[in-house]
Design a protein around this ligand. Structure first.
Ligand code: ASP
Length: 314
């Protein structure tokens, strides 16, 4: 079903099982995903830019404790929140990204500022926060980011690590470590954009960074092909250059967005041993949302259609 404008979002992929989720919680997720879609869609409907739509949609999820981005970001091994975000404009191929920021309320806003107001693409940690101060980006303290659920997840991950004596790199991504958020959109001008924001992985150490902030790994947009946002075990998304690969299959092999996205998630990512999913949209409004995990929070809202939100294998 092609459409000439629309938005697709995700709120993370992982072991998301219906039997493990209370009906109340499921409603909360569905409502927040719908709110995110509507926020982005309103911008598109009013003739706004895809870039603004994806930023605004991601912000709604960053502000919710349900997702692993902004408020509700997962904890590092030493009990901190270190967040990554990236935004990319498919028209110009400009992008902005931040790595390991600790005090930024909406990392996606800072990524946008890096894109618009600096001559760089990627700023990290304290340096990124110094840049944020200069540009009036909103800060938040550790209490703001804290949620009891994420804290418990950290304790559980540490316990598991101790019991199994595995090092961090061997820990799986299965349990409750999902919740990265992302949005891709096509606007009325025919431009594509992608935005992704993540707290990374629970119990991460040594300044570990994920794929979300890396252009072509967790986030990519190119008007020649598509806009993509990924979620899952970031190391595999970096290795597989997953987001760019979807675009490259379209550009060089002429695959449709659905074929390219399916091939990357179900063949390539699987072959590498990686778990996760992605969302992608092309310039005709065709889109795909493949994942190889039990669930992925996701939804789409295309021109004059009703919002559709899904969580499990539906
Ligand atoms: N991709 C993110 C990372 O590895 C995590 C996730 O999507 O759940 O940092």
């Amino acid at each position: 079903m092609a459409s000439d404008y629309g938005i697709v979002i995700h709120g993370g992929a992982g072991t998301i099982l219906k039997e493990k989720m209370t009906p109340e919680r499921e409603v909360q997720y569905r409502e927040k995903l719908t709110a995110s879609l509507r926020t982005g869609y309103d911008i598109l409907e009013n003739g706004g830019k895809a870039l603004d739509a994806v930023q605004a949609a991601v912000k709604v999820m960053e502000d919710s404790p349900l997702f692993n981005a902004g408020k509700g970001a997962v904890f590092t091994n030493d009990g901190k929140n270190e967040q990554d975000a990236c935004i990319m404009d498919g028209r110009t191929l400009n992008s902005g990204a931040v790595a390991g920021v600790r005090q930024i309320k909406n990392p996606i806003d800072l990524a946008r500022a890096v894109m618009d107001k600096s001559e760089h693409i990627l700023l990290a940690a304290e340096g990124a926060e110094a840049f944020a101060k200069l540009h009036g980006i909103e800060f938040a303290d550790a209490d703001y980011f804290y949620t009891e659920e994420r804290w418990k997840q950290l304790q559980a991950a540490k316990y598991k690590e101790k019991m199994t004596q595995t090092d961090y790199s061997q820990l799986d991504h299965s349990d409750d470590k999902h919740g990265t958020v992302g949005a891709v959109a096509l606007d009325r001008h025919g431009d594509l954009a992608a935005a992704t924001s993540s707290g990374g992985m629970t119990n991460k150490k040594f300044g570990r960074l994920g794929d979300s902030l890396i252009v072509g790994a967790g986030n990519y947009a190119n008007n020649r092909t598509c806009a993509v946002s990924g979620t899952g075990h970031g190391e595999y998304f970096i290795t597989g250059v997953v987001s760019y690969d979807v675009s490259a299959l379209m550009e060089y092999r002429g695959l449709s967005v659905e074929q390219a996205a399916d091939m990357v998630v179900h063949e390539k990512l699987g072959r590498l041993g990686g778990t996760g999913g992605l969302i992608a949209i092309d310039r005709a409004g065709n889109f795909a949302m493949p994942f190889n995990t039990p669930g992925m929070y996701r939804g789409h809202l295309l021109k004059r259609q009703a919002p559709v939100v899904m969580i499990f294998q539906e």
